[in-house]
Design a protein around this ligand. Structure first.
Ligand SMILES: NC(=O)c1ccc[n+]([C@@H]2O[C@H](COP(=O)([O-])OP(=O)(O)OC[C@H]3O[C@@H](n4cnc5c(N)ncnc54)[C@H](O)[C@@H]3O)[C@@H](O)[C@H]2O)c1
Length: 271
């Protein structure tokens, strides 16, 4: 059983939309259940406070910081809050990402820059202010949230800025792992597959939801809690010898090929 007793964590995008759990609030709630003090960093105060209410109701400890992960002062404020309110910093989860449509011909320059600011620059900024505090706290664990989309080409709806930013998260993870191992800071990455979260729920039909589920070898739909369990392991000392890794949490989706996905779906629809 992982334990996060005595650890202080920051989770970015820790808010929840009212109809269920995204990865940010699931990780925050699970970390608090395992004994961590959690800084809930989100651009939306109402969403962050919903996660805070859940943690408080369960007897856990958390604090809200409202800010934008692409703004340096807000990231610095989150790191300072961890130290001022909870006495140190051991875990950082870079969870926030946004998505803009289009292949390279269609995407606007403005959308490309925005996606990279929110999805990648944020990881650098949060780490810049968190790592010195982790060193003062004796070491730490940083978890960058990437995506399956960062490791393979998208053949259906192109979101090239998003997928490229998710590939960058993997490279950033390996560089940071190599450069900060000497500081006793581990840096790992989680690459979720197609999970069902409140942010995407209004945008997909039942048919698409079924297709997503059947596309993965395990044939089961993933949830935010599957990602949260992996993050809790990487945050805990149970993973003390793991750094520089990218862990797919995807029901096996990355291990298969798109042609076999189509065949699997056809096979089940014909039954
Ligand atoms: N949902 C999926 O199917 C899926 C699949 C693969 C990877 N992921 C990755 O998982 C992560 C979380 O996705 P999710 O859909 O569970 O979302 P989530 O619910 O965890 O996060 C959304 C939160 O981020 C906050 N936020 C948005 N922009 C912000 C900003 N600039 N600064 C601070 N907070 C901000 C929102 O207010 C919201 O509360 C992302 O990195 C995403 O790329 C998700």
């Amino acid at each position: 059983m992982n334990s996060l007793e005595g650890k202080v964590a920051i989770v970015t995008g820790a808010g929840s939309v009212d109809s269920g759990s995204g990865t940010g609030d699931a990780m925050s709630i699970l970390f608090a259940r395992q004994g961590a003090d959690v800084v809930l960093f989100d651009i939306d105060a109402e969403r962050a406070n919903r996660t805070l209410d859940t943690i408080n109701a369960e007897g856990g400890n958390a604090a809200v910081v409202v800010g934008d992960v692409s703004v340096a002062e807000d990231c610095e404020k989150a790191a300072n809050t961890a130290v001022e309110q909870f006495g140190g910093l051991h875990v950082l989860v870079n969870n926030v990402a946004i998505l803009k449509p289009g292949n390279v011909v269609e995407v606007t320059e403005e959308d490309w820059d925005k996606v990279f600011a929110v999805n990648v620059k944020s990881m650098m900024l949060m780490s810049k202010y968190s790592i010195p505090e982790m060193i003062r706290s004796g070491g730490g664990s940083i978890i960058n949230i990437s995506s399956n989309e960062g490791q393979r080409g998208q053949d259906w709806l192109p979101f090239v800025a998003y997928s490229t930013s998710k590939g960058a998260a993997v490279t950033l993870t390996t560089s940071m792992a190599v450069q900060h191992g000497k500081d006793n800071i581990r840096v790992n990455c989680i690459a979720p597959g197609m999970i069902f979260t409140p942010l995407i729920a209004p945008h997909i039909s039942q048919e698409t939801r079924d297709l997503r589920r059947m596309g993965a070898p395990l044939n089961q739909e993933g949830t935010a809690w599957d990602v949260a369990s992996a993050a809790a392991f990487l945050a805990s000392d149970d993973s003390r010898w793991i750094t520089g890794a990218t862990l797919p949490v995807d029901g096996g989706l990355l291990a298969t090929q798109s042609l076999s996905l189509v065949e699997r779906f056809r096979g089940s629809s014909d039954e």
